[in-house]
Design a protein around this ligand. Sequence first.
Ligand code: FAD
Length: 486
Amino acid sequence: MAVCEQADSGAASERTPDGSPPDPAALIARLAEAIGPDRISDDPDLRTRHATDWSGVPAAAPLAVVRPRTTEEVSAVLQICSAAGQPVAVQGGRTGLCGGAATGDGEIALSLDRMTGLSTVDRRAGTLTVEAGVTLAAVQEAAEESGLFYAVDIGARGTAQIGGTIATNAGGIRVLRYGMTREQVLGLEVVLADGTVLSDMSGMQKNNTGIDLKQLFIGSEGSLGIVTRAVLRLHPRPGATATAWVTMDDETLLPDLLASARAALGPALGAFEPMWRDYLETVSTRMSGFSLPLDPAPVAVIVECFGPDEAAAREALEGFLADRMEAGRVTDAVIASSVDQERRIWAVRDEVPAAYPTAFKAIIPFDVSIPIGRMNAAVGEMRSELTTALPDADLLFYGHLGDSNLHVVVGLHEALTTEAKHRAEAIVYDRVRALGGSVSAEHGIGRSKRRWLAHTRSAAEIETMRRLKAALDPAGILNPGRSFAA
Ligand SMILES: Cc1cc2nc3c(=O)[nH]c(=O)nc-3n(C[C@H](O)[C@H](O)[C@H](O)COP(=O)(O)OP(=O)(O)OC[C@H]3O[C@@H](n4cnc5c(N)ncnc54)[C@H](O)[C@@H]3O)c2cc1C
């Protein structure tokens, strides 16, 4: 990162004599003086709204909500908070699923929602420069209007902010083809806990001059610094897609089907999304508004193929599926023949989470990684242990096989108890560890997965993360108690 600056907020000695944070009223007054009273609010309704995120992790309302408009204002706020030892909860769109943006006792919430500036697309470089508070959907639209394509896509696109997707290294359904958010970030501006601004916004892919500092902040969930701006990589827009629903009677052949799809379709393979039998049965028996294109089978996969035009995409996908059916690897398949059919196929994968509240009293969701070759073993073992432990629950297994990502949802028909949650967690995370996986594939650790971090990260790795934290945020004010932060 090229530039190191620090705006002067005059925040040298805010800390009280005993080292405790200052009186909230004094701190709020000090922040209002530094960046303007319209940037900070202690309105009870606003504080309640900013207390938690999509995960619903229980949280205390923040002392105040600070909504800066510029990087300099973020810097001024952090200088004051750092000097005062005032803990700060960093907030994007609050769609996080692990409670990382949920506020803790005595914290202020720093929301990036007013930093919504967006440059015009640089078509020659294939980049877009944005402020952190721009939503993912706005980035996708800006790219689209210029005939280009931003490759990250997640269900929360309308509310999740670019800063949040960078802080969590968000994944989604296009990782197989384009990689995670990390692969889309060419430049980053970050404010450290003491207000120092690190700015590397050149957008150059090649820059081997020492450590690529921006990588430290991507995926570290706001623990090391606050993302304020980014240069994003855009791709040529895929000409057309063809989408198939494929069923298999032998789920153990899934990794082979993926390998042959990769070999046959190469970079045209856009998505490979398996859903196991229990998922298909639950969707067809407990949820309304979905239509499975084929009868439930041991496993169904949505396969998406890109092509320069519709005919080419369809021809490539048809050729691949015909070959696999002839080889006895695929039981049945349908290719969507209209936009509406394609939408209905994707709905079975994308829109099911929205139906959980009507289908279940509560859910216990998991987002884990499992090496591709062990995915079926993981599903089989987890299914059998979870069924024994929670016989009345419905189980949903689905994933992004190409990215080693497995989602497991335990759907409960009775109120969630701590005991049920802990039993399910122990079963899933013990299996994940035994099979060499990771307890979080794409949602992060936040507050809710902290106790499991050490399950699949070594003591040496966690200690190194904490040393980085201590070096960049010695007062420990950024997102304390989340992820690897003490
Ligand atoms: C319906 C739905 C579908 C989802 N699908 C996916 C999916 O497919 N793949 C996936 O990866 N995730 C998914 N998510 C999870 C979530 O949307 C992502 O984690 C997203 O990246 C969070 O962005 P946000 O702006 O809402 O961040 P928040 O929830 O506000 O924050 C998330 C974390 O990032 C930190 N943070 C936020 N902004 C900044 C910033 N500017 N600088 C530094 N730190 C910051 C916060 O402190 C917190 O720790 C889904 C969520 C929902 C509700």
